[in-house]
Write a protein that binds this ligand. Structure first.
Ligand SMILES: [Zn+2]
Length: 274
């Protein structure tokens, strides 16, 4: 069932659980996510991101994502994650994605507000939800530093832009952590007090189960997971390198991603919701 991210996250907010967002660049990834969601009776959000388009061109991937969502027995939203260019956002709108993330977090506050508001003005009449990022979720490698989200600025940002979902920077980071991350749950509480829109946690891979549970309790309703899934895939590939038939390897890797997705769904508490 193809749902809008807004419908899925509104329910998550009302009933107090988190929903995973998973990037899929090929058939096996997408199928692993959908099967995990169906078997746990969980809503799920799937999609791709601008930097991942090198793995699979948008024109190939968009029909796969949308078809898989429509055929699924549970609510599945199709979303375009981290997008920096106007053109790719327009492609997602045209293709029928229910939501997009415009990431202007590297720009000045004023530019981020201006660009985000402009995209909201185009997306909203088409029924498309918009996620934006305020503060900066950095790289776990330390290459890009975290800039924590300021609660007062978050309220101002949502009011000026009309964004539907806000990605916040509270201590998580993209990629594989070198040091154990520490989430600023007090900061999350302050942001939650000022912003009604569902909040999004990026850089979810590598966080502890308690980190997830506490941040969902604190107002996070979408959790972006990527590294943990591709790590499960690569570990399985290494373990099964003696497999003779490439399609069999694909199935084993898909099963590993499925297992990791099921695990995450259960931690987020979105299982048995449909
Ligand atoms: Zn992110």
């Amino acid at each position: 069932m193809l749902y809008l991210m807004k419908e899925i996250l509104t329910d998550a907010q009302q009933r107090g659980y988190g929903v995973g967002y998973f990037n899929g660049s090929n058939l096996e990834m997408v199928r692993a996510y959908i099967r995990a969601a169906e078997d746990t009776r969980s809503p799920i959000i799937i999609g791709t991101a601008e930097v991942l388009l090198k793995y699979c061109d948008f024109d190939w991937l968009a029909p796969l994502l949308l078809y898989s969502a429509r055929m699924a027995k549970v609510p599945v939203a199709v979303h375009l994650d981290h997008t920096y260019t106007f053109d790719n956002i327009m492609r997602a709108l045209y293709a029928g994605f229910g939501s997009v993330m415009y990431d202007g977090s590297a720009l000045s506050y004023e530019e981020n507000v201006r660009n985000s508001a402009e995209i909201a003005r185009i997306a909203h009449p088409m029924g498309v939800g918009l996620e934006c990022e305020l503060g900066k979720v950095g790289q776990a490698s330390g290459e890009v530093k975290n800039v924590y989200t300021d609660p007062a600025q978050a309220a101002d940002f949502v009011e000026k832009t009309g964004v539907d979902f806000l990605a916040v920077s509270i201590g998580s980071a993209h990629g594989t952590y070198i040091e154990t991350p520490r989430l600023e749950l007090d900061l999350l509480k302050k942001i939650r007090a000022k912003v009604d829109a569902p909040l999004v946690l990026h850089g979810g891979s590598g966080l502890s189960d308690d980190d997830f549970r506490n941040s969902i309790k604190g107002g996070i309703h979408k959790v972006n997971i990527y590294t943990d899934i591709i790590t499960a895939a690569i570990n399985k590939t290494r373990a099964e390198c003696a497999v003779n038939a490439y399609p069999d390897l694909n199935l084993k890797v898909e099963a590993a991603m499925y297992e990791e997705t099921v695990r995450k769904i259960k931690i987020f508490g979105s299982d048995n919701k449909y």
